[in-house]
Design a protein around this ligand. Structure first.
Ligand code: AQP
Length: 341
């Protein structure tokens, strides 16, 4: 039977990239599955501390908001297991067991620890020496998350492809070492939308932890906030027509890509739809209208859920209990294979 698994870090409010690259895709998949497929969606709160979180109160809030966001986008907790990673201790346990099979070389090739630690010069030994083990080993924990449930499919945005490749590598190494077929080769389900970029710097991806709030459209932003952010988005001075050209028109192309994702149509289709628009003001107004219409229902549901913290707690605790049941069964088998039992 298929098991579909994905997580998101509670490192801030969810934005358009998280929506189009992750949670709306989870919802689409969940809507299609009524055939006994196991669905697990969670907050990767253990991953979140790889960039340490000194503000504990804020971190706690982000965890709660993450559950509210997942539900408000339309994941039904009756159909999918929704939980916090840290509430299922077997994630950390399997991370340790798998870490003996993960080579420093393969982790060294991962790009995330480099971008999150702002290392530019890899021959700078002092800077490299300051990198924390948790950030470096992050992909091993992600592999453990996925393999713990013997997941067969993992929906993610394209920035995560590299980590999924490492997961398959670890699964393969473990299976070959113990002459078993216990772990599956999880398939990556790539989100249909290309990466959403920052509004103020379309060279960078849109990120929860971006300090410049104007760069990011949060899925809970009110209509006037969305309008203001889109208005200020960096574009260009080429007027009269709007078309997709990520090299020469990165800002405009990012907005066209966003429209294509939200409206579930191809880039070419969007180009046709906006052919009649001749100036930036009207183009940005069009983008704003599309975003406001898309995000309003989930924003309203989000505020409704946030008024019911007890309900959110109950959902994530029930989810953790269901996830723990699968996790305990599977880790027991892994330990048996490895000779611990
Ligand atoms: N800009 C993006 N465009 C498309 N997809 C994106 N994702 C994140 N940013 C974009 C997808 O969201 C899922 C969850 O990501 P995550 O929270 O585990 O880590 P992240 O990719 O590091 O997300 P952020 O928003 O950039 O958070 P911070 O600022 O904490 O690093 C993944 O499936 C990812 O592909």
């Amino acid at each position: 039977n298929a098991t579909i698994f994905s997580m998101i870090q509670p490192t801030g409010k969810f934005h358009l990239g998280n929506y189009l690259g992750a949670v709306r895709v989870w919802k689409d998949i969940a809507d299609l599955k009524d055939d006994g497929t196991t669905l697990l969606f969670g907050t990767a709160d253990l991953h979140a501390i790889t960039v340490p979180k000194p503000n504990v109160k804020e971190f706690r809030e982000y965890r709660t908001e993450a559950i509210a966001s997942i539900l408000s986008i339309g994941i039904d907790p009756e159909k999918a297991i929704v939980f916090h990673q840290s509430r299922v201790s077997q994630h950390a346990e399997l991370h340790w067991l798998l870490s003996s099979f993960a080579s420093m070389g393969s982790l060294n090739r991962m790009t995330q620890w480099k971008s999150k630690s702002n290392i530019n010069d890899q021959s700078d030994d002092t800077a490299l020496g300051a990198i924390k083990l948790g950030l470096f080993a992050y992909p091993v924990l992600q592999a453990a998350d996925i393999l713990l449930y013997r997941s067969t499919h993992v929906p993610v945005g394209d920035d995560q492809s590299q980590h999924l490749e490492l997961t398959r590598q670890l699964s393969n190494t473990f299976n070959a070492f113990y002459k078993t077929k216990y772990f599956p080769m999880p398939t990556t389900i790539l989100a249909p939308t290309k990466k959403i970029l920052s509004l103020s710097n379309p060279e960078k991806k849109m990120s929860k932890s971006d300090l410049n709030q104007k760069s990011v459209i949060y899925i809970t932003d009110a209509p006037d906030v969305i309008a203001k952010k889109v208005k200020r988005a960096v574009t260009d001075s080429i007027s009269e027509s709007f078309y997709y050209d990520p090299v020469n028109r990165p800002g405009i192309s990012n907005l066209i890509n966003t429209l294509s994702g939200v409206q579930r149509v191809s880039i070419e289709e969007v180009e046709k739809d906006i052919r009649h628009i001749k100036d930036h003001k009207n183009f940005k107004q069009y983008v704003t209208d599309v975003l406001v219409a898309e995000l309003t229902p989930s924003r309203e549901r989000f505020h409704h859920f946030m008024k019911n913290p007890d309900y959110l707690h109950q959902v994530s605790e029930e989810g953790a209990s269901k996830a723990s049941e699968i996790a305990e069964k599977n880790i027991t088998e892994v330990k048996r294979i490895m000779g611990f039992l």
